[in-house]
Design a protein around this ligand. Structure first.
Ligand code: CA
Length: 237
């Protein structure tokens, strides 16, 4: 297989005892890995060539893998798998809240990790680059022109409404947590009330739903977050 056909994996791990066998096993499993040992090195590698998936250690010599996770997630939909040490219970939760797709606990078997990577890449979530057009049922969102249509008719959107809708539609079928929405659509350091999120959701419903009081597209997962309907939900209805 030509190298450009192989999924590109960026591993960020400073411990050579883990990084070296990791790279070797990824090659064996049919991936095209590049291993960075620091946050700075990882950022350079990411800029040079956006990978299809990132494996990210938590404790790095020049920074925190969780902060890097957050930053990568703001820039890209690239799947991120946190590499955590045994017993880092908090880090697992935080990793997932930061927008990581999965985590593995060290030490991990090469085969298990490869299976996990394949499952995530199959699941897709947009792959290495953000999808330009997302279409779910009658709603179509075009990221390049920042336009939304319903049944082909344009729907006017304020900037923040568009960003919120884009996030929810890009993860259609998945509950997106309130904290994650606040981080990604509002501000990384939002400490105020999240009531503004509910207000924006209600505005989106008024624009998109046939009956905003009985929403079909954007549903609430109480105490957790919001979910945009999956295509199959709408087909069943
Ligand atoms: Ca480390």
């Amino acid at each position: 297989m030509a190298n450009e056909m192989k999924p590109r994996i960026l591993g960020v791990e400073d411990e050579r005892a883990i990084a070296e066998p990791l790279a070797e096993s990824l090659v064996r499993e049919g991936f095209d890995p590049r291993v960075a040992a620091t946050v700075a090195d990882a950022e350079t590698a990411f800029e040079a060539r956006e990978p299809d998936l990132v494996l990210l250690d938590v404790m790095l010599p020049d920074g925190d893998g969780r902060a890097l996770c957050r930053e990568l997630r703001r820039r890209s939909d690239v799947p991120i798998v946190m590499l955590t040490a045994r017993g880092e219970e908090v880090d697992r939760v935080v990793g997932l809240e930061l927008g990581a797709d999965d985590y593995v606990v060290k030490p991990f078997s090469a085969r298990e990790l490869a299976a996990r990577i394949r499952a995530i890449l199959r699941r897709g979530r947009g792959g290495a680059s953000k999808r330009e057009v997302v279409e779910v049922g009658p709603i179509r969102l075009d990221a390049s022109s920042r336009t939304v249509t319903k049944d082909g008719r344009p729907v006017e959107m304020a900037a923040r409404e568009f960003d919120l809708l884009q996030l929810l539609m890009s993860r259609a079928g998945e509950v997106v947590r309130r904290e994650e929405i606040m981080d990604l659509v509002w501000d990384e350091h939002w400490f105020g009330s999240t009531k503004t999120l509910d207000v924006h959701v209600s505005w989106l419903r008024k624009k998109l739903e046939d009956d905003p009081a009985a929403p079909v597209f954007i549903t609430t997962s109480r105490g957790v977050g919001f979910r945009f309907a999956a295509p199959e939900d709408l087909a069943a209805g």
